[in-house]
Design a binder for this molecule. Sequence first.
Ligand code: 4AD
Ligand code: MG
Length: 480
Amino acid sequence: MLPLLIKDILALPPQSQEVKVSGWVRTKRDMKNLVFVEVNDGSCFAGIQCTFDRAGGLNSFAEKALEALATGASVEVTGKLVSSPASGQSVEVSASELRLLGEAPADDRSGKYPGLDVKAYPLQKKRHSLEFLREIAHLRPRTNTFGAVTRIRSRMSFAIHRYFIQNGFHYIHTPIITSGDAEGAGALFQVTTLEPEAAVKNILPGGGIDHSKDFFGRKTFLTVSGQLEAETYALAMSRVYTFGPTFRAENSNTVRHLAEFWMIEPEVAFAALEDNMFLAEDFLKYIFNAALEECADELEFFDAHVEKGIIETLKQVVNAKFAHITYTDAIKELEKTSAVFEFKPSWGCDLQSEHEKYLTEKVAGGPVIVTDYPKEIKAFYMKLNNDNKTVRAMDVLVPRLGEIIGGSQREDNLEKLYLRMVEMGMKPDEYSWYLDLRRYGSVVHSGFGLGFERLIQYITGMANIRDVIPFPRAVGQANF
Ligand code: 4AD
Ligand code: MG
C-alpha cells in the first residue's frame, strides 16, 4: 500500500484515528514544551500541522530527531488526528513518534571528500525571487508557487486529453526526430551523430556535409511541430490530436519563448476555418473552466500573490464570445489609432505583441481571432484565398499574453500546394508523402497549435514562461 497523502489526511474526520504523515518540513516553531512542525508533501496547497508535546512523554528518540529537524528535512510523523484549535485548518496531528528520514541543515557542513560539502538548505521561510529559484530549479517544486504550477500543469494536461477523447479525437504520437521543417521558419536543431571532424571529412564535391554517412542516412532535426504527421492521420481517422514536445532554435530571449516547449495540435478532416475557430474557442473555454473548477485553491493563490484579477479574467473568457477580425481590418484599426507603437503597423507586416495587446485590450475588449493573414508571413501549408494574397490562417489572441493559438485551414489542392512550395524555394520531392494526402482522397481539413506553457502562463499569471515548465530550455540555458 502507498502511504497516505496529506490532501487525503486533511479530508478525514478528526476522530482521533492514528495517521502517518510523510513529507518535507516547511516550518518548525519551538514554544517551550510545544513544538509545531508544518509538513508538506506536494499533494495539495496546505501542509499539515504536527504538534509535539515535550511534556506529554515523547520518547528520547523522537526528542533527538525533533532537535535536529529543520526546514527542508524529510520526516515521517505518527500521531492522532485531532481537530485543530488553530485558524485555517480543521485538523492537525497530535504527534507521538517522529522519524527524521533526511536532514536538511540550516548551516554549512563540510564533507569527508572534496565536492561532498553540504551547504545550508537554500529554501528558507522568506520569499525568494523567481530568478533565484530558477537557479535551483531542482528544489523549486518545494515552494508554494512551483507546487501550485506543477499541480495545474498536471491537471490541465489531463483536462486536455479528456476534452479531445470525449469529442471523438484520437491521440497520435508524432515523431520527435524529423527530416522536414514543418513551419518553414528554419529555426531547427539538427540531430546528428557525425563528430565535427567526421563532418569536415564528409564534405560533398559541391560543398556541404554528406549526411548519407550520418545516423539516419540523411539530415535530421528535432521537430518544430507534429502537424504534418497529424494531417496524415486526420485524413484517415477524421479527428486527431498530438500533445508532445517541440523544439525551436529561435533566438528570441523573451518571456513568451522557450527552445523546448509542449504543443497541443488538433487536426480535423472535413472542417474549414470557421469550424476550426469554433473548436479553438470551445476548447479554450473548456480548459479554463476546468482550471476554475479543479484548481480553485491554486488559482486563489495566484490571484492573491502573482497576478491580481486572474480568476475574474478566466471567468470573463469562459463567458465571452470571441471576436473575429480579418488581418486586413486589424491593420486598419492599428493604423487609425492615435496609440503609439514601437513598430509602425502596415499591411504585410507581422503583428508584434504590442499590436496584439492593442487588438485584444482596446479593439475587442477580450479574446479575438485574427484571420486571413498575408501569405508571405505564414507557413507554406495554409489554404490560399481567392485573392491570391491572403491565406486561411487564424491566430487566437488573449488579453495580457497575445498569441496563444496559431492555426489554419490547410491547402488541400495538390497543384496549389505544389506551386506554393516551389514559390517558397522548398523541394516538393522531399514532401512527396505530404503531397500524397492531396493526391489520394483529399478533403478540406484544418487544425491549430496551442503552446502548453503559454496556456499555463495565462492560467497562473506567471510573467515568465521559464517559470511554468520544470526545467526550461531557452537561449543560453539548458541546466539540469
Ligand atoms: O503558431 P505556431 O508556430 O503554429 C504551428 O506550429 C502550427 N504547426 C500549429 C498547427 O496549426 N498545428 O505555434 C503554435 C503555438 C503558438 O500559438 C504558441 O502558443 C506556441 O505554439 N509557441 C511557443 N510557445 C513557447 N515558446 C515558443 N518558442 C513558441 N513558439 C510557438
Ligand atoms: Mg504562430
